[in-house]
Design a protein around this ligand. Sequence first.
Ligand SMILES: Nc1ncnc2c1ncn2[C@@H]1O[C@H](COP(=O)(O)OP(=O)(O)OP(=O)(O)O)[C@@H](O)[C@H]1O
Length: 318
Amino acid sequence: MDAPVIEAASLVKRYGATTAVDGVSFEVGQSEIFGLLGPNGAGKTTTILMLLGLTEASAGKVRVLGHDPWREPLTIKRRLGYLPDSVGFYDHLSGFENLTYTARLIGIPAVERKARIMQALEKVRLAEAAGKRTGAYSHGMRRRLGLAEVIMKQARVAILDEPTSGLDPQATEEFLDLIRELKSDGVTILLSSHLLDHMQRICDRVALFHRGRIALIGSVRELAGQVLGDGFEVRLEASGPPLQEHLRGVPGVSGVQALAADTYLLRANRDVRADAARAAVEAGAALRQLSVTEPSLDAIYNSYFQSGKRQEEPAHAT
Ligand SMILES: Nc1ncnc2c1ncn2[C@@H]1O[C@H](COP(=O)(O)OP(=O)(O)OP(=O)(O)O)[C@@H](O)[C@H]1O
């Protein structure tokens, strides 16, 4: 495997008696979209601050593009784009002027400035509004302008805090598409959000934070396996002989329920559609319909946090 783009190893952050981050380890690879999840106070923001080099770790190691963000802040700043929860722009300046201001600040050479700004604005579909003052931008436009800043910078790593919060469904779709485009351009993306369905749709892997630690880490499917056991539901409709026994024999299936004479609901630990279809046809049935419901991050999250054990755990302090 290539060297990780983001690396946290046994990372700890203490604020007096409070341990905000308590031994967190994870790696994010090139072009990966990695999500931080967890309830308020779980340690996500503190972890991000350490990745950005804005606060020093009390212990452990953090590397971004092979550099220590705390000791080499300027090297990191040049190659990392950060979209905070609420981006501050100068309202009386246009989108173009705001980006020009940042471009100057980060040292983009004057000859490249205009082209890079316009390219970034086009990418986030703000080219037409480039001359309009940002005070008159909608919330969605402001978020896109924030992303244009990351693109203009030609950042190799993007850290996005609650990127889709406050966006309407259409603006959300557009924004998720833009994040996917960043990924296909080779950018490594770490994001933090409470909007689980958005995270599920965009993240390759997620880390579930709980009281300063990573409780679960992996793809949504891996997490579903760990937390829900059998998170997949396959619905199969087929006319012909009864299929219950045949479907029960499909590897991965833990339960079969007959919803009607020719309709079955299978619980499984994977997407068993192909094998279930084969079993039905081999048993002499005529397949009419087959669909799968994948486990949701929402179900995983709720199941994890609703378990009594989690609530009884004492809060930790050092
Ligand atoms: N500057 C600080 N001084 C003291 N305690 C802090 C500081 N920053 C964070 N904490 C504490 O550290 C813990 C983790 O906070 P953090 O902001 O990292 O959580 P979070 O997961 O980002 O929460 P949210 O989802 O609300 O943003 C909390 O108990 C918080 O009160």
